[in-house]
Design a protein around this ligand. Structure first.
Ligand code: ADP
Ligand code: MG
Ligand code: MG
Length: 251
C-alpha cells in the first residue's frame, strides 16, 4: 500500500537534509510503528508524507498503491485516501468543526466521483461516530481544535479518521505528552479502524502507546534512516534498553 524508497528530504528554507534514505513498506491491514529518539526525523517524515511544501524531496520516491504521490499537493493526497494526524493538530478558527467535517467529507467524495452527502445522512454519520467516541455534539459547533484540550483534540482527530475512512492513516503521536486518557482514546480509535484494506502508521517516541496499539512491525528511525526493524517485541526491548544500543550499532 505504502512504499517509501530511498527517501531523501531537506528543509526547503535552508537546505538541511533531514531524511537520508528512508526505506519502508506498509502492507494493507498492517499496523506499523515508527519509533526513534528525539530529532531523528519522525515528524519530518509525516510532513513529507502529507506534502507540506516547506520540505523538499531530493531523492527517492513515495508510492501509494504503486503510484508516486510526490507530485500531489496535500489536498490531492487526502483525496487519494491518506490521512495524517499531526503531533500538533492545526487549529481552524472561524469554521465550526461540523462545517469542516462536511467540507472534508464532500471534497473527498467528489474526488472519488461520488455524490455529496445529503444533510440528514451527514448528520447521522457524525452523530454515530461522535457517540462511539463519547463526544458531545455541542463541541462540534466550536471551531476545530481552537481551545480544545489535548484529549479533545485527539478525539476530534479520531472522529475525522472514522468519517473519512482513509486507506492509509499516519499518526504522529511522538512526545506530545499524551495523558493516559488521550492515549486510550487514540488506541481504541486506531484499533477500531484496523481493517484488512487499511494501513496504519503510528509514529511514537514512547513504547507505552504500543501497549495499547500492538503493531505488526516496528521500525527505528535514527538520523533520517531506518536503522532497525522487527516485530512488536522490538518495542518492548527498547523500553528496557533505551535507544543507546541501536544508536551504537548504527554508528
Ligand atoms: P522527531 O520528530 O524524530 O523528533 P523531527 O522530524 O521533528 O524529529 O526533526 C528532525 C531534525 O530536523 C531535528 O534536528 C530538527 O531540529 C530538524 N528540523 C525539522 N524541521 C525543521 C525546520 N523546519 N527547520 C529547522 N530544523 C528542522
Ligand atoms: Mg521531536
Ligand atoms: Mg516529532
Amino acid at each position: 500500500m505504502l512504499e517509501i524508497k530511498n527517501l531523501h528530504a531537506r528543509i526547503a528554507e535552508d537546505g538541511t537534509e533531514i531524511l537520508r534514505g528512508v526505506n519502508l513498506t506498509v502492507k494493507p491491514g498492517e499496523v506499523v510503528a515508527i519509533m526513534g529518539p528525539n530529532g531523528s526525523g519522525k515528524s519530518t517524515l509525516s510532513y513529507v508524507l502529507s506534502g507540506r511544501d516547506d520540505y523538499e524531496v531530493t531523492e527517492g520516491d513515495i508510492l501509494l498503491n504503486g503510484e508516486s504521490i510526490l507530485e500531489m499537493d496535500p489536498a490531492e493526497r487526502a483525496s487519494a485516501g491518506v490521512f495524517l494526524a499531526f503531533q500538533y493538530p492545526m487549529e481552524i478558527p472561524g469554521v465550526a468543526t461540523m462545517e469542516f467535517l462536511k467540507v472534508a467529507m464532500n471534497s473527498q467524495r467528489k474526488a472519488r466521483g461520488e455524490e455529496e452527502l445529503k444533510v440528514p445522512e451527514f448528520i447521522k454519520r457524525v452523530r454515530t461516530a461522535a457517540e462511539e467516541l463519547s463526544m458531545d455534539m455541542n463541541m462540534l459547533k466550536r471551531p476545530l481544535n481552537v481551545g480544545f484540550s489535548g484529549g479533545e483534540k485527539k478525539r476530534a482527530e479520531i472522529l475525522q479518521m472514522k468519517l473519512l475512512e482513509p486507506n492509509l492513516c499516519v499518526l504522529d503521536e511522538t512526545d506530545s505528552g499524551l495523558d493516559i486518557d488521550a492515549l486510550r482514546i487514540v488506541a481504541e480509535g486506531v484499533n477500531a479502524l484496523r481493517s484488512p484494506d487499511r494501513a496504519i502508521v503510528v509514529i511514537t517516541h514512547y513504547q507505552r502507546l504500543l501497549d495499547y496499539i500492538v503493531p505488526d512491525t516496528v521500525h527505528v528511525l535514527y538520523k533520517g534512516r531506518v536503522v532497525k526493524s522487527g516485530g512488536k517485541e522490538l518495542a518492548q526491548e527498547l523500553e528496557k534498553t533505551g535507544y543507546a544500543e541501536i544508536i551504537g550499532e548504527a554508528a
